[in-house]
Design a protein around this ligand. Structure first.
Ligand code: GCO
Length: 467
C-alpha cells in the first residue's frame, strides 16, 4: 500500500515497475564506516573527528558514539551474507581514512587496507559490485589538529590517501566516490557545529567547502592514474526547494534556498563557479580561491551520486531570509513525515534527477542514498520487523526514479540508505534507517519487511530481464 499520492506510477504492478528499469541497472544499499564499523581502537586505526566529537558531552543524543556501532568490523562476513540473501547487486561502503593512514598522512597501516581488501573480495565472490566512498566525514583527528578542512593542505593529503587506496583496491572497485555530501561536512561540521568537528562559524564552512571540492578534484586524476578504467564520481545531497506560493518574496527565497542547499557544490563541479550571489545572500565572503582551482574541481567524472530524502517548501517571510531553512513551512498540511522528521515527497527525487540531466548534463546518475527512518520495533523473537511505511517509501521513490528514467535521465543504480540500522550522527542510535534491524544489545540482525520487499523486487527485476 502506498501512502503517497505524489507519484503517478503507483498503480502499476511491481513486476511492471521492475520491467521499466533498463538492463544492468544496479540495485544496492549503502552504509558508512563510522556509522557501522565500531572497532574504533583496533588494528591500528587512528582517531577521527567523529571519535572526538562523539566523546564530547552534549553533542550526541544519549551520549552515543561509534565505538561499537553495528560491530560490522567483526561481523563483516555475516553482513555480506545478508546482502547476498537480499540479492543486492551493489554495495556502497565508506573507507575510514584513519584506518589506512592513522594520522592522515605518512605511514600506511596495512591492517586497515587489509580489512577493505577482504571486504571487496568477499563482495565480488558473491557477485556484489563494490562502490567505495573515500570520505564520509571521518577526517583523521591529526589532520584536524593541523587545521582540517580549513587548510588547503588537507586537500593534498586527501589526494595522496585516495591514491594509496586505489593502488591496493585497484580495478576491483566498480565505483569510486571521492566525497559524500560536502555540504554536510562543511556546513553542519564547520558552519553550525552540529556535526564533527563542531565548529560554529559560517565563514569557516565556506572555506572548508572549497577545500573539500579541491580535494575531490585533486583525487580524480590520482585515482585514474592508478586505475585507468576507474569509474569516478562524487556524491552530493539535495533538498529540492519548492515555493509555497507565487509571491515574489517566496520565489526569491526559494531560489536562495536552492542555491544554498543544492547548487553550492553542484555549480563549481559542473559550471566552474559558485552560484551567483550565494555568499552575498549569506552575508559571507567567498572562500580563498586560487588561480586554476575551478579547473581542478571540474575534473571530468563518470557519474554524480545523488542523495535525496526530502524537499523543502519555502514561504517568503517578512523576516530576512537566512539560507538555513528558517523559512520552511512545517508541517506541510496533509504531508507524511519520517522520524527525522522529513516530509515524504517522492516527486522531488524525480524532479531532481530530471533537472540534473536537463540542466547539468550529468553523464550518469546513481541514487547513492535514499531511505527513511521510522521507529521500528522488534519483539525480540520474530524473524522479521514490520515496517510498512518504509516499504511504501521505497516503492514510491523507485517509481519516481522510473519516471525520471522514462523521461531520459541516465540513472544507472539505486542504493537504499541503509543496509543496517546504524549510528545516525548527532541522533545517535535513536533513528533507524536500516532495511535490516540491528538489536544493539546482542548485535543480532533481523531482516525487516522492507528488506524482504526490496529483495523480492530485485528478484522480479531479474525475472523480467531474463525473459
Ligand atoms: C548522509 C549520510 C548518511 C545519513 C543519512 C540519513 O549522507 O547524510 O550519508 O550518513 O545517515 O543521510 O541522515
Amino acid at each position: 500500500m502506498s501512502i503517497s499520492d505524489n507519484v503517478q506510477a503507483q498503480t502499476i504492478t511491481e513486476a511492471a515497475l521492475a520491467a521499466s528499469f533498463p538492463a544492468k541497472f544496479l540495485w544496492g544499499s549503502a552504509t558508512a564506516a563510522y556509522q557501522i564499523e565500531g572497532a574504533t581502537h583496533e588494528d591500528g586505526r587512528g582517531l577521527s573527528i567523529w571519535d572526538q566529537f562523539s566523546a564530547t558531552p552534549g553533542k550526541i543524543n544519549q551520549g552515543d558514539n561509534g565505538d561499537i556501532a553495528a560491530n560490522h568490523y567483526h561481523l563483516v562476513s555475516e553482513d555480506v551474507a545478508i546482502m547476498t540473501q537480499l540479492g543486492l547487486g551493489a554495495y556502497r561502503f565508506s573507507i575510514a581514512w584513519s584506518r589506512i593512514l592513522p594520522t592522515g598522512r605518512g605511514a600506511v597501516n596495512a591492517a586497515g587496507l587489509d580489512f577493505y581488501d577482504r571486504l571487496v573480495d568477499t563482495l565480488l565472490a558473491r557477485g556484489i559490485q563494490p562502490f567505495a566512498t573515500l570520505y564520509h566525514w571521518d577526517l583523521p583527528l591529526a589532520l584536524h589538529d593541523e587545521g582540517g578542512w580549513l587548510k588547503r593542505d588537507t586537500a593534498y593529503a586527501f589526494a595522496d590517501y585516495a591514491e594509496i587506496v586505489a593502488q591496493r583496491l585497484g580495478d576491483r572497485v566498480a565505483g569510486w566516490i571521492t566525497h559524500n555530501e560536502p555540504w554536510c561536512a562543511a556546513y553542519l561540521g564547520y558552519g553550525i557545529g552540529v556535526h564533527a568537528p563542531g565548529i560554529k562559524d559560517r565563514q569557516a564552512a565556506i572555506v572548508a567547502g572549497h577545500h573539500i571540492l579541491l580535494a575531490h578534484g585533486l583525487a580524480v586524476p590520482r585515482l585514474r592514474a592508478q586505475v585507468p578504467n576507474a569509474k569516478v564520481g562524487i556524491t552530493l545531497n539535495f533538498t529540492p526547494a519548492y515555493p509555497a506560493d507565487n509571491r515574489p518574496e517566496t520565489l526569491r527565497d526559494t531560489a536562495r534556498a536552492d542555491a544554498f542547499n543544492n547548487l553550492w557544490f553542484l555549480e563549481p563541479l559542473y559550471r566552474g563557479s559558485y552560484p551567483e550571489h550565494l555568499f552575498e545572500d549569506m552575508e559571507l565572503a567567498p572562500p580563498p580561491i586560487q588561480d586554476g582551482d575551478f579547473d581542478i574541481i571540474m575534473a571530468p567524472t563518470d557519474f554524480l551520486g545523488v542523495n535525496n530524502y526530502t524537499r523543502s517548501l519555502i514561504i517568503g517571510g517578512s523576516t530576512p531570509m537566512l539560507p538555513d531553512n528558517s523559512t520552511v513551512v512545517a508541517p506541510v498540511p496533509g504531508a507524511c513525515y519520517t522520524e527525522m522528521p522529513w516530509e515524504i515527497y517522492p516527486q522531488a527525487l524525480r524532479d531532481l534527477l530530471l533537472r540534473l540531466h536537463n540542466e547539468y548534463h550529468v553523464p550518469a546518475l546513481y541514487v547513492t542514498e535514499n531511505g527513511a527512518a521510522f521507529a521500528d520495533d522488534w519483539d525480540g523473537m520474530s524473524d522479521t520487523v514490520n515496517d510498512p511505511r518504509r516499504i511504501a517509501f521505497l516503492q514510491d521513490h523507485v517509481s519516481a526514479i522510473a519516471e525520471a528514467l522514462q523521461q531520459g535521465a541516465p540513472i544507472a543504480g539505486y542504493f537504499v540508505w541503509s543496509l543496517l540500522d546504524n549510528f545516525e550522527w548527532a541522533e545517535g542510535y535513536s533513528k533507524r534507517f536500516g532495511i535490516v534491524y540491528v538489536d544493539y544489545s546482542t548485535q543480532r540482525r533481523v531482516i525487516k519487511a522492507s528488506g524482504h520487499w526490496y529483495s523480492s523486487f530485485i528478484t522480479a527485476y531479474h525475472q523480467e530481464h531474463s525473459a
